[in-house]
Design a protein around this ligand. Structure first.
Ligand SMILES: Cc1cc2nc3c(=O)[nH]c(=O)nc-3n(C[C@H](O)[C@H](O)[C@H](O)COP(=O)(O)O)c2cc1C
Length: 177
């Protein structure tokens, strides 16, 4: 995989990584990922997110109990993205844009990680209450939305090996000429 990727090459490189090497992620790489979150757009620029970077053993173990999968335990770092429903923008019809904002910020984080050679996986199928307890979140309005395990892939060739299964463009596109 070449170093100077175009945006489309980067997006094409990203895949869900579900097995990590125990090698620690460098702090400067984590900082770049956080900067990518900071730059994300959000509805009415509310930036309703908070980012928890979990490195210490005790909190990692507490998070692992929220999503009981063997592969998930291999990650050296977890990043939990939370959304604050008191801060997020609500449209006139009441639609809360919190999830949209958090999704954009999370994908910024993940694409930056990919550029840096780090593996990630979106994880939303976790126990939210346990996650709040693990992070000491007591606010009712702050919701953990996604846990992103981060680390170097156990298999260095995972990027090339992982098949991208997607619908055809003709299935998902409609033009109005
Ligand atoms: C919102 C969202 C939630 C997801 N939750 C999980 C999850 O809980 N566990 C998991 O293993 N993968 C999860 N995934 C990963 C998807 O299964 C994966 O992105 C999809 O199959 C496409 O594969 P790719 O990421 O390798 O391109 C999630 C992805 C998204 C976008």
């Amino acid at each position: 995989m070449k170093d100077n990727m175009t945006f489309l090459e980067l997006v094409n490189k990203r895949c869900s990584v579900r097995s990590f090497s125990p090698t620690m992620v460098e702090i400067n790489k984590l900082n770049k990922m956080l900067f990518a979150v900071q730059l994300a757009p959000s509805a009415v620029n509310r930036q309703p997110w908070k980012v928890y970077v979990v490195i210490n053993k005790e909190t990692r173990v507490a998070l692992q109990a929220c999503y009981d999968r063997e592969w998930f335990r291999t990650a050296p770092v977890y990043i939990v993205m939370t959304g604050n429903h008191d801060e997020s923008w609500k449209r006139a019809d009441g639609k809360d844009h919190c999830d949209i904002d958090i999704a954009i910020a999370t994908e910024h984080l993940i694409l930056e990680a990919t550029e840096l050679g780090l593996g990630t996986c979106w994880v939303c199928n976790f126990d939210v209450q346990k996650c709040k307890e693990a992070l000491g979140i007591i606010s009712k309005s702050e919701e953990p939305c996604v846990i992103v395990p981060v680390g170097y892939p156990a298999d260095k060739n995972v990027w090339e090996k992982t098949e991208t299964k997607r619908k055809l463009l003709t299935e998902i596109t409609q033009y109005f000429y």
